[in-house]
Design a protein around this ligand. Structure first.
Ligand code: SAM
Ligand code: SF4
Length: 320
């Protein structure tokens, strides 16, 4: 779909708000109140939504959460999306913990690629950041993604001043194989903001550090549709990307709409503007569903960015 010169063709779909980790920057320790089961969209409803959206010109889908792999039967949904006319790319954002179990079947169902969140290569730090998670399991997830050819494999890292000393370890990951590490600036979204603010270094600060480690050069995007900017070291097979929402606002180029697990359309991560779409999905009403999608896009401002804007939903309830 387009609004003026802008094309909005990318859907981020949260299939659940539940998660098997409790990352400090995403959730409070006690977790967040879960959406009641009856309010969560069924896979059939999500597949219907994507068919309507594809008819309107959406062509790329990312599945996210909460942790999407804690919801059973995700491959079934992927299979439905993969045969939806007009959908050319299906990707998944996951913490990787359950990926060894599901990578092959997701690939067979039609999943193209994965982003795996790994914030540190130190097992103890990982345990602290995720409040109990196992780094070993997450890294097995990365291996499973390569083995299943869910490529390009990307690692999402919310870098902090504490983990900045691990930059050489992140860089080393990109040397021998096409692994793409993306540094994400912490964003004050929802309940996580006041409880666990994370002090993220800016892109310029990280680049300054990286530049002391070798000759850093701009690199083409390894594939994907997001706002990341990429760099690499000469001869390295992977890249280092930056998603710098705080220090480099990219709202003007935003190409996405979000669907929450309880059927609300969100036209901006930082906004509470929501359009209800669950009811027409339950009624399999394509016309009203399409109308609601248009309405959400119509209200999209492309310049809303405002760090003071306290979103009612946390990141795990939106899908990042
Ligand atoms: N559970 C999956 C995962 O962790 O990859 C998918 C959902 S998670 C909400 C999606 C992405 O949002 C992750 O890469 C995570 O690091 C990022 N994220 C969560 N809270 C954030 C915050 N406050 N600021 C920046 N990124 C955040
Ligand atoms: Fe769960 Fe992902 Fe949030 Fe971590 S970032 S608590 S893995 S939803």
């Amino acid at each position: 779909m387009s609004r003026g010169r802008r094309i909005v063709d990318y859907l981020r779909i949260s299939v659940t708000d539940r998660c098997n980790l409790r990352c400090v920057y995403c959730m409070p320790p006690e977790g967040v109140e879960c959406i009641p089961h009856e309010s969560v969209l069924t896979y059939e409803e999500i597949a219907f939504f994507v068919r309507v959206a594809a008819d309107l010109g959406f062509s790329k889908v990312r599945l996210t959460g909460g942790e999407p792999l804690v919801r059973r039967g995700l491959s079934w949904l992927v299979r439905q999306l993969a045969v939806t006319p007009g959908i050319v790319d299906i990707s998944l954002t996951t913490n990787g913990i359950l990926l060894p179990r599901y990578a092959e079947e997701l690939k067979a169902a039609g999943l193209n690629r994965v982003n795996i969140s790994v914030d540190t290569f130190d097992p103890e730090r990982y345990r602290q950041v995720t409040r109990g998670g196992s780094l070993e399991q997450a890294l097995q997830g990365v291996e499973a993604a390569f083995a299943a050819r869910l490529t390009p494999v990307k690692i999402n890292t919310v870098l902090t001043y504490e983990t900045l000393d691990e930059l050489p370890a992140f860089v080393a990951q990109t040397r021998e194989r096409p692994l793409h590490v993306r540094f994400i600036e912490w964003m004050p979204v929802g309940g996580c903001g006041p409880t666990s603010p994370v002090d993220s270094p800016t892109r310029d600060e990280v680049i300054a550090r990286l530049s002391t480690m070798g000759r850093l050069q701009p690199a083409p995007s390894p594939g994907g549709w997001g706002p990341a900017r990429y760099f690499t070291f000469a001869g390295y097979r992977g890249t280092l990307g930056f998603i710098s929402a705080m220090s480099d606002h990219f709202c003007g180029d935003c190409n996405r709409l979000r669907l929450t697990a309880d059927g609300k359309l969100k036209n901006c991560l930082f906004s509470d503007d929501e359009v209800e779409v669950r009811e027409p999905l339950r009624e399999e009403n394509a016309q009203t569903t399409a109308k609601r999608i248009r309405e959400s896009l119509e209200r999209k401002t492309f310049n809303r960015f405002c760090v003071d804007h306290a979103n009612q939903r946390g990141m795990s309830q939106i899908g990042g």
